[in-house]
Design a protein around this ligand. Structure first.
Ligand code: KDG
Ligand code: MG
Length: 405
């Protein structure tokens, strides 16, 4: 089965998505997600100019060889743009293989390890009471795991909460220049421990609670936070610190038993190898779209399993429903699956463009028996929502120093 054409689409149904479609001479096509938030057009050009021409005429079944060809063959290796492009090709090829076999992708990976996939939802509020009210609504809907984020008093905008308080900020799809936000570790500490104290008082101990620090703390500050949050029994504390220097997580680990999660910006197994091997984390959060697709995530998941590290794939709205479907197949199969982040199945425009067969009920998600990934892409519908340049914010300390967003 030969690859005959590769098309790349970028659309903005509320936010930008990059989608790859691979056609074959068997009349079967597959789709993949290549969205790299704020750098979308770099991946589009990379795919169109440097990847697609090399793949025409190749055997669509040769997923592993094509992965190695695009990774080793590029000489430069690694990198967000490179791996997002490889990821989309890889997902599309798994989609094709599943369709050709008449099987859902999870069956090709080894079959079901569980009936359903546990989700964690987001409660993000203007203050502690607002966050907890939102969490209460999610608990009523059946969610058993909730990520809590709250705006910080005294700071104009906070990660996870939109400035004008109208909506969840990640859904904004039209920011032609990067907005600026402020960060104060002192003000954050004043709020965050109280947030989890009140959450446990209100919801008891049966609900799983999670939190994303979004890399704002130094390792020793993270260690202190982990210690302060121990009484509130988090499922995990995410991105406590940047781990470009993977050894730095030893500092956090030595001081706290709060479970740690990281990985949504990682592109390869090399970015998390030491963290996993030294058991410095409990959950690895790599995304299929940003870390090289299903082939790479399967490998990272298996490696993590040896060290008792569970998978918890990134599930933000800047990953398209194709990536979510890919995660769902991996999550259904992976023996060491932990939990899946979930922010909904998308707005009406997203659902019009991406028709997914994944279903959600009572805080759980289920893959369908549809062959391949079980998600489709409507090119004509996508054309109604053209690309809009849009950036993630940047973050500065109160004195103006650029900080981690
Ligand atoms: O593009 C950046 C977002 O995906 C990120 O800010 C979301 O941290 C995030 C999360 O955990 O969902
Ligand atoms: Mg995160």
């Amino acid at each position: 089965m030969k690859i005959t054409a590769i098309k790349v689409f970028v659309c903005s149904p509320g936010r930008n998505f990059v989608t790859v479609k691979i056609h074959t001479d068997a009349g079967i096509y597959g789709i993949g997600d290549a969205t790299l938030n704020g750098r979308e057009m770099a991946v589009v050009t990379y795919l169109e100019e440097h990847v697609a021409p090399c793949l025409i005429g190749r055997d669509a079944h040769a997923i592993e060889d094509i992965w190695q060809y695009l990774y080793k063959g590029v000489y430069w290796r690694k990198g967000a743009v490179n791996l997002a492009a490889i990821a989309a090709i890889d997902m599309a090829l798994w989609d094709i293989k599943g369709k050709a076999a008449g099987l859902p992708v999870y069956q090709l990976l080894g079959g079901k390890s569980r009936q359903g996939v546990t989700l964690y939802a987001h409660a993000s509020g203007e203050n502690i009471a607002d966050t907890l009210d939102k969490a209460a609504q999610l608990i009523d809907q059946g969610y058993k795991a909730i990520r809590l984020q709250s705006a910080i008093p005294g700071l104009p905008v906070t990660y996870g909460v939109l400035g004008d308080k109208k909506d969840y900020y990640e859904l904004q799809g039209n920011r032609p220049l990067p907005p600026e936000e402020q960060w104060s570790t002192k003000k954050y500490f004043n709020l965050v421990v109280e947030l989890f104290k009140q959450a446990r008082e209100r919801f008891g101990n049966d609900i799983h609670l999670l939190h994303d620090v979004h890399s704002r703390l130094t390792p020793i500050e993270s260690a202190r936070l982990g210690k302060l949050l121990e009484p509130y029994d988090l499922l995990f504390l995410e991105d406590a610190s940047i781990a470009e220097n993977q050894d730095s997580y030893k500092i956090i680990r030595q001081h706290t038993t709060t479970p740690l999660a990281i990985g949504e910006t990682y592109n390869t197994i090399w970015d998390c190898k030491d963290l996993i091997q030294n058991q410095l984390i409990d959950y690895i959060r790599v995304a299929a779209t940003h870390a090289g697709g299903i082939t790479a995530l399967r490998r990272i998941g298996d490696f993590a399993n040896i060290y008792n590290v569970k998978t918890a794939p990134h599930g933000a709205p800047d990953l398209s429903p194709i990536c979510f479907a890919a995660h769902m197949h991996l999550n259904t199969w992976a023996p060491n699956f932990g939990i899946q982040e979930f922010v909904g199945l998308g707005n009406e425009q997203v659902k019009q463009i991406f028709t997914s067969t994944v279903t959600v009920s009572d805080g759980m998600a289920y893959v369908s028996e549809a062959p391949g990934l079980g998600v489709d892409f409507d090119e004509t519908a996508a054309q109604q929502y053209p690309y809009k340049r849009s950036y993630l914010p940047v973050s500065r300390l109160e004195d103006g120093t650029l900080w981690n967003w």
